[in-house]
Design a protein around this ligand. Structure first.
Ligand code: N01
Length: 544
């Protein structure tokens, strides 16, 4: 089949050359299908290609946040730290591209504009911004969950005299902030990582914080060769345990953020205020980690929040700044957990100012700074650490049309609708790697990416072997899956009424409030995906 194709006809077009697209290409190549990857960036790496801001680092231990598909690769690669920084992870991606000669089938600097399903030919027609079109039987979206930056429209930004950067689109040549007064908007994972590093360099750093976050110290450190050797010798077991786990992480050697391992079993509600105060004094922010009810019971959670605030007050020298940094009125565990290096200590520096926007918000950006209801703050440069249009953003930015010309935007007007986060009703032969409705961002992305890529490659193999022209989920299967995704998230801190997270789309004005990822765990989820295959692709329509 492949031989009869012209230059722009393919069996599979994969969109995106991050870790998902790279592995998808490698996997499909082995099947003999004609595959091309289209990538907007100039090289591989996806999120690690774009997010080059100072302090960017992974929060999953690198021995686990790495590919498992090649035993030689995992035996050969040396990680230098428990959780590697962005430059090292990007180097790893580049190494994988070299090692498996991936680049020859990736077209870089190529942004996909549209993907339309042609019912008459059961093909996808894909147009790129450079005016090229590609025809393909299958279209695989490896577009990432956090790849479209969210740049809030703050009035006056266009009049600012200095440069404005976004953490998610950082200049490749880096930025020198010596002698520069910097303002940073946003205190999510990106802001919290960037702030201590920028503060070291800048003349002054002003942090515009709308919602204080709960963040735990990262216990990052160099990996010893002894640890690496031991992990390598145990890789088969580590990988098997990751796949069967809840979050795709087994904390081999380390607990969350590189901290000591703990197994929460106790009940915080059974403790007295004195006991809690003693725990905070002895263990700091980690004091509530041993309590199981913190994640389940809102009252226990509020006790943990209070313990958190108590410890915070002991770190910050200025009481007003301490109060300004204290998260209130939403539970620990509602947002994506953040870990940091020296975040709070940074606020004790003379060259750092916190602007707690709860006391008066941003009015506008002026030519020389940021005007708020609390006054005007002069800055020479601005950093937006304002996050992403997560999970659906990258897909909805492309003009995707399925059967009957229906657009993905129409199909998802009330929130994303998928079966297993893998396929959308009415969009045959289109697959989404780590799409909404799959564990994705609630898991170690590497584990979820590999599981989806393997599943999709097996599915395509099955279709090809059985002369099936098209696969798409039944509408009822989609409805049932969404119901299940919502059901398992119910009662968790993720969906607490006071929670406003990007998991819920709450960071983007007008985005429907829907809990997008699947909270049931990668092990359970994998089993369900495998069962569905064993049942002959139950819930899918296969047409010859
Ligand atoms: O983005 P965010 P992020 N005015 O959405 C604020 C992954 N990641 O890039 O909370 C003022 O979390 C906003 O305020 P609020 C990880 O999954 C991983 O930091 O909406 N402020 C918030 O403080 C993470 O969760 C790693 O009130 C405005 C911030 O901007 C995800 O990426 C590292 C504003 C955005 O926080 C996203 O993290 C980095 C406005 N108009 C990222 N608009 C690691 O692996 C937004 N904000 C460690």
């Amino acid at each position: 089949m492949s031989d009869s194709k012209n230059d722009n006809q393919f069996d599979v077009v994969v969109i995106g050359a991050g870790f998902a697209g790279m592995y998808m290409l490698h996997k499909l190549r082995a099947t003999g299908l004609k595959v091309i990857v289209l990538e907007a960036g100039s090289d591989v790496g996806g999120t690690w290609y774009w997010n080059r801001y100072p302090g960017a680092r992974c929060d999953v231990p690198s021995m686990e946040y790495s590919y498992s598909f090649s035993s030689e690769l995992q035996q050969d690669w040396d990680w230098s730290e428990v959780m590697a920084g962005q430059p090292e992870i990007l180097k790893y991606a580049e190494h994988v591209a070299d090692r498996f000669t991936l680049r020859k089938d990736i077209k870089f600097d190529t942004r996909v504009k549209s993907a339309h399903y042609e019912e008459a030919h059961q093909n996808w027609l894909i147009h790129t911004e450079d005016g090229t079109s590609y025809e393909s039987r299958y279209c695989i979206m490896a577009t990432g969950c956090l790849s479209v930056t969210n740049t809030p429209e703050i009035p006056g930004a266009e009049n600012f005299d200095g440069p404005i950067y976004h953490t998610g689109q950082w200049p490749h040549e880096g930025v020198d902030f010596s002698d520069v007064s910097v303002g940073i908007i946003g205190t999510g994972s990106s802001g919290i990582q960037a702030i201590p590093v920028v503060a070291e360099q800048a003349k002054h750093l002003t942090i515009f914080q709308r919602t204080p976050n709960y963040t735990m110290p990262a216990y990052n450190k160099p990996l010893t060769s002894e640890f690496r050797e031991k992990a390598r010798a145990n890789y088969d077991q580590i990988r098997a345990d990751q796949r069967a786990s809840l979050a795709g992480i087994v904390s081999y050697g380390f607990g969350f953020g590189g901290a000591d391992l703990v197994e929460p079993t106790d009940t915080l509600k059974n403790t007295t205020p004195e006991e809690r105060a003693k725990l905070v004094e002895e263990q700091g922010f980690g004091a509530f980690r041993t309590f199981l009810d913190v994640g389940l019971d809102p009252d226990a959670n509020e006790m943990a929040c209070e313990m958190y605030r108590q410890h915070l007050a002991t770190i910050i020298e200025d009481p007003k700044t301490a109060e300004g940094l204290m998260p209130r009125n939403y539970p620990i565990g509602c947002k994506r957990p953040v870990i940091d290096t020296d975040y709070y200590q940074t606020f004790n520096r003379d060259n750092v100012t916190l602007v707690d926007l709860r006391q008066g918000g941003i009015q506008q950006v002026t030519s020389t700074g940021v005007a708020t209801d609390q006054g005007h703050y002069e800055v020479d440069a601005l950093i937006y650490a304002t996050g992403f249009d997560a999970m659906t953003g990258a897909l909805e930015r492309i003009d995707i049309k399925g059967k009957n010309g229906k657009s993905i935007k129409e199909e998802w007007h009330a929130g994303p609708r998928t079966y297993l986060g893998l396929q959308i009703h009415g969009f045959p032969n289109m697959f989404t790697i780590t799409g909404p409705g799959s564990p994705s961002v609630l898991s170690n992305m590497m584990v979820s990416i590999e599981q989806h890529v393997d599943w999709i490659a097996d599915c395509i193999g099955h279709l090809e072997d059985n002369q099936v022209r098209a696969i798409e989920p039944e509408e009822q299967a989609v409805n049932d899956w969404i119901l299940h995704v919502n059901e398992v998230a119910k009662g968790s801190m993720f969906t607490a009424p006071s929670c406003n997270s990007w998991y819920l789309g709450a960071n983007i004005p007008g985005k429907p409030r829907i809990f997008m990822p699947y909270v049931g765990g990668v092990g359970e989820y994998r089993n369900r995906c495998d069962e569905i295959v064993a049942e002959g692709y139950s819930g899918f329509t296969l047409s010859k």
